[in-house]
Ligand binder design. Structure first.
Ligand code: MRU
Length: 356
């Protein structure tokens, strides 16, 4: 991405306001933690890894002007800031992963002066950005082996550079395949109600010179039936220990369709998206969004006044529908309860897992 999705500039957080894309590429500057909270909540910055980065940088903003001089009081203030940021969106585990990391970093440096701890926290947030960039590249490298020349890939939502520090997760595989000289095509679901596929994924792929075709979400079955799709690759917001994966609402439906048409379904995510504290996807909190995002999402009313609306922002694809999970540490295959952990801990995976 020529314009960074999110960065630390002159003591503040600068991020692309993704609600304006594709019509306007504009960055906004946040000088306080409330601004970062609002940017996460309203999806100015979005996508699990980018939300995690926003959480880390937002934490720095929140404590930077702290007047506390003793560690106990400073850490109380820090936890107040991280709790506040944690209340912005519930599903992407990367947010909680990043906030925990910031708290742990402070605890590890309790012997330092408060001014020094603030600097260490900023360094940690910048490290999270660098690591995310590297993880996305590694996902692209690993995923490359799953893509054949002339493949057409279907994706849902946006798991590109805009959703990460750079390069993306699901889209990293496509960028890498394209850069490696493979001829690929992509079908992008528009992704109702907030149109991340239509507004963001097509924009990113077109900028990279990748052949992309936009479809409405309800066209995926027909496109698959016509034999146009060789594999599906999506991102994830949280992956449970058993491989169940939460991603943008509609992903589960795409996985069911892929199984019905015998098309491989892959999830691409950094290891920061793995949540080993939960056994299954049933424990993943699903964010509920405002009714107006559906009834007035196109800038005018598209449903009768007062209609009841239900709007979960994510769904959980059961592990049994996922053929492989592409991470920065390699590709995991079922049984995920064994292989994801082995991968995250850099242990050797049992042989049977590689071939299933
Ligand atoms: O509501 P959003 O736009 O934050 O949802 C984003 C997604 O569902 C992405 O697919 C997911 O975060 C993976 S991003 C690499």
């Amino acid at each position: 991405m020529p314009t960074p999705t999110i960065e630390w500039v002159d003591g503040g957080v600068r991020l692309i306001d993704q609600t304006l894309l594709p019509n306007e590429l504009k960055q906004i500057d946040c000088d306080d933690v409330e601004c970062v909270w609002e940017a996460i909540k309203s999806l100015r910055v979005r996508g699990a890894p980018a939300i995690g980065i926003a959480g880390a940088l937002g934490t720095v903003l929140g404590i930077w002007n702290s007047k506390e001089t003793r560690f106990a009081e400073f850490v109380d203030e820090l936890h107040g800031v991280t709790d506040y940021l944690a209340s912005s969106r519930p599903t992407a585990v990367n947010l909680f992963w990043a906030l925990d990391r910031m708290k742990m970093t402070a605890a590890k440096h309790k012997h330092l002066e408060i001014a020094e701890i603030k600097q260490v926290l900023l360094d940690e947030a910048l490290k999270i950005i660098d690591e995310d960039r590297a993880m996305c590249r590694a996902i692209g490298e690993h995923g490359l082996s799953l893509i054949k020349n002339n493949d057409t890939i279907l994706t849902h939502c946006n798991a590109g550079g805009l959703a990460t520090a750079d390069y993306g997760t699901a889209l990293a595989v496509m960028f890498k395949a394209h850069e490696s000289g493979k001829n690929i095509r992509v079908y992008a679901d528009e992704t109702r109600p907030l149109l991340q596929g239509s507004r963001l994924t097509t924009w990113e792929l077109m900028q990279a010179g990748i052949d992309v075709t936009l479809i409405c979400d309800n066209m995926a079955a027909q496109v698959m039936k016509e034999g146009k799709i060789q594999c599906v690759i999506v991102g994830a917001d949280r992956i449970a220990a058993n491989g169940d994966a939460a991603n943008k609402i509609g992903t589960y439906g795409v996985a069911v369709l892929a199984e019905a048409h015998e098309i491989p379904f892959y999830v691409a995510a950094p290891t920061s998206t793995l949540d080993f504290s939960i056994d299954t996807g049933a424990q993943i909190p699903i964010e509920q969004r405002r009714a107006e995002e559906i009834t007035e999402g196109f800038g005018r009313q598209t449903a009768p006044e007062g209609v009841k609306v239900y709007s979960p922002a994510f769904d959980v694809t059961p592990a049994r529908l996922i053929d492989a999970i592409i991470t920065d540490k390699g590709i995991a295959r079922p049984p995920y309860e064994i292989n994801l952990k082995a991968l995250a801990e850099n242990r050797e995976m049992p042989n049977y897992a590689q071939s299933s």
